[in-house]
Design a protein around this ligand. Sequence first.
Ligand code: ZN
Ligand code: FE
Ligand code: FE
Length: 294
Amino acid sequence: MSNQLIIGAHVSLSAPDYFVGSVKDMLSYGANTMMFYTGAPQNSKRMPLDIMKIDEGKALLDEHNINPEHLIVHAPYIINIGNTIKPDLFDVSLKFLRDEMTRVAEFGAKVLVLHPGAHVGAGVEEASKQIITGINEILRTDQTGTIIALETMAGKGTEVGRNFEEIAQLIAGIERKEQIGVCLDTCHINDAGYDVHQVDAVLAEFDRIIGLKYLKVIHINDSKNDVGAHKDRHDNLGYGTIGFATLVKYFHHPLLTGIPKILETPWFNDRPPYKKEISMVKKQRFEPNWRENL
Ligand code: ZN
Ligand code: FE
Ligand code: FE
């Protein structure tokens, strides 16, 4: 079980079938995990859990021998606990995150991906201090055991977490280390300036600066931009600047066994690319023009 490839994609959680609908989408892609937002990614309005067909979804997961702990939830991007300029946003974000951790647990999941934050002009130091304060405050009273996985960012705008050092500094300030983790995103680190093609070197550096034990989930995306562009625009496997040959190494790397790997690649011609991408990853073989033939 533990040396099995855990692979999935971003799926939506939407009316009328919500969770069971997401699980069905996931299965239709040939995936054995998925990542979802508990509502719209750009806001913090959330529907009550009792309409979300959670039990039905869990039963379907069980039928397919899928461990719900491999599922990943992504926090909405409006959450910014690094914003020291609007204190009310900090409070709202903390309250949302607390509730979100409860939702994560209700779905049977374990890991919540969080963009560390943006300093909006106040500087990385200030923002980092506040991010640490916020997460410690949440974890001190948390009863859910949900792990917050800080995502490595592209360094767009004033994003914090644009290199391994910034992530390590955040982790260093967290008291409950068993509930903090990291989400490595291949598009983001490429855009942040890492040479993602040197897979072993990237992982060695991650281990040296952060520690591989903190790595809880990997977003594997191609990038529309060159290394160091600080952009964050995902592309389909083999269509971007990173390329299939490199990306497939992250899926199958022995050091990353057992870590859920999630595609956040864009739809093409109104169609999800995931079934095809997942099958190519499993076969470790790229099919030219697959996207045009979807
Ligand atoms: Zn993200
Ligand atoms: Fe990501
Ligand atoms: Fe991204």
